[in-house]
Design a protein around this ligand. Structure first.
Ligand SMILES: O=P(O)(O)OC[C@H]1O[C@H](O[C@H]2O[C@H](CO)[C@@H](O)[C@H](O)[C@H]2O)[C@H](O)[C@@H](O)[C@@H]1O
Length: 256
């Protein structure tokens, strides 16, 4: 943190979206960014080298769920775990993976055969996520899905990304760690902060440790995930705590 405060112009701030900037809600389509986040990010974005939202969501969805984000100075969204990038109003991405529509074509039959009720399928375009949060027993439904979804992903050359009551089938070859590392190099960062809440953020935590820069990892704490709590430099209380921390950081930089 000291390095960021002493030299904000060299700092890159990386932030996960769901569970970090946006409180967890039962329906993914109903998620919305913390009301104070866009203004806080705008203050911070004006002072640091770069701000990146590094997320499993498509960038277009992040912009829908985060009104005001498009106006944050210098913001980059590295969506789909880094496959799809939004910057200055433009989206760039490689061609979609052919396995995703094939998985979608087989998925409903598989879910029916497992007799899983109230499991929700989220079509993300470049990936498909199966959510169990609204199932009668979310943990049991997730456990029942692990093996069949791993086989289905494997059959179509996809990988399974586990998260908070969700298993996502997505293309291999990129993760939040690689996305963050590439971004740090691109921006010639001199320090880094990354905040996340879920298993997919562990790769970004590792990237912070491996990059050789002064870095701080922040866990947006919850009762659902403990793996990050043990590794983080700082643990705050969910999105409310993350926004408060970023607000304090923006104020401290402005006062320096
Ligand atoms: O990388 P992230 O920004 O954290 O995105 C990861 C997944 O987040 C979303 O699911 C999670 O949030 C939902 C809304 O609060 C919640 O209902 C669900 O249980 C969580 O797993 C999103 O729907 C997924 O597509 C993202 O991959």
């Amino acid at each position: 943190m000291k390095a960021i405060l002493n030299d904000p112009a060299g700092a890159v701030i990386g932030l996960d979206f769901d569970g970090t900037l946006s409180p967890i809600v039962p329906d993914p389509a109903e998620a919305v960014i913390h009301p104070k986040a866009p203004a806080v990010l705008a203050r911070l974005g004006a002072r640091v080298r770069a701000l990146a939202v590094v997320t499993g969501r498509p960038p277009a969805t992040v912009l829908e769920l985060g009104p005001g984000l498009a106006d944050v100075p210098g913001l980059v969204i590295l969506g789909h775990y880094g496959f799809e990038r939004w910057e200055n109003g433009r989206i760039s991405a490689p061609p979609p993976h052919p396995g995703v529509p094939r998985v979608e074509a087989e998925l409903q039959l598989l879910l029916d055969s497992l007799g899983l009720r109230e499991v929700m399928v989220e079509d993300k375009g470049r990936a498909v996520a199966v959510h169990t949060r609204r199932a009668p027993d979310p943990g049991a439904a997730l456990a029942a899905l692990r093996e069949p979804l791993a086989k289905l992903a494997d059959k179509h050359d996809l990988v399974v990304e586990p998260g908070r009551f969700v298993l996502e089938l997505r293309p291999p070859g990129m993760d939040k760690g690689q996305a963050l590392s590439l971004f740090l190099t691109e921006r010639a960062a001199r320090s880094v902060l990354f905040a996340g809440d879920d298993l997919g953020d562990l790769a970004a935590f590792e990237a912070v440790r491996a990059c050789g820069l002064p870095g701080v990892t922040v866990c947006s704490g919850s009762a659902e995930v403990t793996a990050l709590t043990e590794l983080a430099d700082l643990v705050v209380d969910g999105p409310e705590g993350v926004v408060e921390l970023l607000d304090e950081l923006a104020s401290a930089i402005s006062a320096a």
